[in-house]
Write a protein that binds this ligand. Structure first.
Ligand code: NAD
Length: 380
């Protein structure tokens, strides 16, 4: 379902939880949010299942992504994150919302060959079509849908002489792809070891999905940033300064990026995706220059604060828990997510939003005022 209704929900946060749920169920129509994961469903997903753990599910309002209104489902135990995402999305909306894009779902499996003698890379490269055929042969459904192997990359002497690593790059279409590419890697590794004249080592995907980036940007007008005694321009300059601090200092960058993942992980958890995989890829990407740094960049552009986030985003709408968990399916329907690229785009928007909210608070009245007010609701 593409939500054609506005994502502006004035007064939504003042409703009681049951009334909010009714409004979301009205939007979802038949099936609604569903009853959640049953023990039987959990048992089919993991081993030794004994129950399901509850995590609050909220909905962030105000998101405008590539001109479309989107409600963002967020599963998270931490107070203030859903409010922060909604507030930041409202500010970004003043500048036209978020612009987002995603690369094709190209995921690489690594096949390690040990004791590879000199010249083995050329011998492996010469077997390219056989390798592709063997790998694709394990995934007839994916290939039938137009996916499959798109590239082979061979790296020699990785870390030490004699370690050859082949990256088997696969278009996973609407899947996260880990299981599929791992199966392909295991199928082709004997062939590669023989061609190389070495012995097979590890065969598994890399979570540093740097061929599968998603990106989001926004331009927030100064007037949308003003708050209690702080002009919008002052807040914008404080955000830029905070982003520079994160770029300069890994201690700060870790916390800065945690704020980015507040939005990303909450959406991915709501949508039944492997957020550890995305965390691993994001942090490795943040350290790609040799030193851990910020995932986002904030600059002043005319009378606006411009934000950008680009990072690996290996997510799926088929496979894994995305289909197995009925609440995840409802959450994706609520957000109008039909493809892996839809989810990837929305995830970077959510991450940019929670980063913006945190930096605006840190650069003005501080983070604790809003945070503790919302923490305090627990004691009611
Ligand atoms: P999967 O094994 O369920 O494969 C996806 C299936 O969907 C395939 O059978 C494919 O043919 C089918 N499919 C139908 N329509 C499709 C479409 N439009 N696009 C693509 N495929 C389509 O799932 P997966 O995505 O290969 O693996 C994801 C799971 O792997 C996650 O649960 C993840 O946690 C887990 N995992 C992760 C890691 C890691 O990140 N390091 C390692 C191992 C496993």
């Amino acid at each position: 379902m593409k939500d054609k209704e506005t994502s502006r929900l004035p007064g939504f946060h003042r409703l009681d939880a049951a009334a909010r749920r009714r409004e979301i169920e009205r939007r979802l129509g038949e099936g609604g949010l569903g009853a959640g994961l049953s023990l039987e469903q959990a048992d089919a997903m993991i081993e030794n299942a004994v129950g399901v753990v509850g995590i609050p599910l909220g909905v962030a309002a105000n998101f405008l992504v590539n001109g479309e209104d989107v409600l963002v489902p967020m599963a998270i135990e931490e107070p203030s994150v859903v409010a922060a995402a909604s507030n930041a999305a409202r500010m970004a909306r003043e500048g036209g919302g978020f612009v987002a894009g995603a690369d094709p779902a190209h995921t690489a499996a690594q096949i390690e060959i040990l004791d590879a003698p000199a010249g083995s890379a050329a011998r492996v490269a010469a077997r390219r079509s056989e390798i592709e055929r063997t790998a694709n042969g394990t995934q007839p459904e994916l290939v039938g849908l137009g996916g499959g192997v798109v590239d082979l990359e061979i790296r020699e002497a990785v870390g030490r002489p004699g370690r050859l690593v082949m990256h088997l790059v696969v278009d996973c279409l609407d899947a996260m792809g880990a299981n599929m590419v791992n199966t392909m890697a295991e199928a082709v590794s004997p062939l590669i070891a023989r061609a190389a004249g070495g012995r097979a080592g590890l065969r598994i995907l890399t979570n540093l999905a740097d061929r599968r980036l998603a990106r989001a940007s926004c331009a927030v007008p100064f007037e949308a940033l003003g708050r209690r005694g702080f002009s919008g321009e002052r807040v914008a300059r404080a955000v830029v300064s905070a982003a520079e601090f994160a770029a300069d200092d890994p201690y700060r960058a870790a916390t800065h990026n945690k704020g980015v993942f507040n939005g990303i992980d909450a959406l991915l958890l709501a949508c039944g995706n492997d957020w550890r995989a995305v965390e691993a890829g994001g942090h490795a990407w943040a350290a790609r220059g040799g030193r851990y740094g910020s995932l986002t960049a904030w600059t002043i552009e005319g009378e606006a604060l411009r934000g950008e986030l680009e990072m690996p985003m290996a997510v799926g709408v088929v496979g894994g828990a995305a289909r197995a968990n009925p609440t995840a399916r409802s959450c994706m329907r609520l957000a109008g997510i039909e493809t892996a690229a839809d989810l990837a785009r929305l995830a970077v928007c959510a991450g940019l939003a929670t980063n913006l909210a945190a930096l605006c608070a840190l650069g003005s009245e501080g983070i604790q005022r809003g945070h503790m007010r919302l923490h305090g609701r627990r004691d009611r």
